[in-house]
Design a protein around this ligand. Sequence first.
Ligand code: PGA
Length: 234
Amino acid sequence: MIIASNFKTNHTRASTQKYISEVTNFVKNSSSKSELIVFPSATSLDKFDTSITIGAQNAYATANGAFTGEIGLDQLDEFEIKTILIGHSERRHVLGETQELISSKFNFYKEQGFKIVYCVGEPLNVREQGNKAILEYIDTQLVGIDLDYNDLIVAYEPVWAIGTGLTPSNEDIELIHSTLKKTIKSPILYGGSVKVNIAKDILSLKSVDGILVGSGALKSEDYIEMIKISDDLA
Ligand code: PGA
């Protein structure tokens, strides 16, 4: 299973280094088969001595150029980063990224052979309209996205569940994931308020291939607990 940790705007270079070395040490001394991905903030990216995959939370669809405040392929290449998160709800809804911009990032980093963790998920007003509306909404977030791309991981993250402590029922997660699986062959992660105490239930769902965790995995010991849960279920 895939256990991914998204730091968002949390952790400094020093605390990122500490986190990654603690998790790396745990993995070294275990027989963990889980696939681990950590997304530090841009200023904490580095060439870490680790078996964990390090990914960028965001980058512009460019190698370099005049895009103030952004980072591009050259900055990621420096640290041999080949994994990127695209379409996260905070980029869509807080930073205002359009589907057009998101798909251009997707296509650029796909051309570069990156592993792409691509996020979709509905806001509350859509959730309230039921499953058909949710699936139609997610379809609009897949426009311009090559679902046959080999190195794609999809993350289903309902906007209303992110950072709120709310989660869909296990039945609702399973229903959305199993429906998405009819058209998506890539692994599908669940994200949105996953904590250690509910990780097992969610990871046990048939159509869930892993989790993308924000606040619940900011402490290395909690992330390690989730890795252990995933290993136990494997
Ligand atoms: P959360 O964030 O676990 O804090 O809800 C998940 C995410 O945004 O990826």
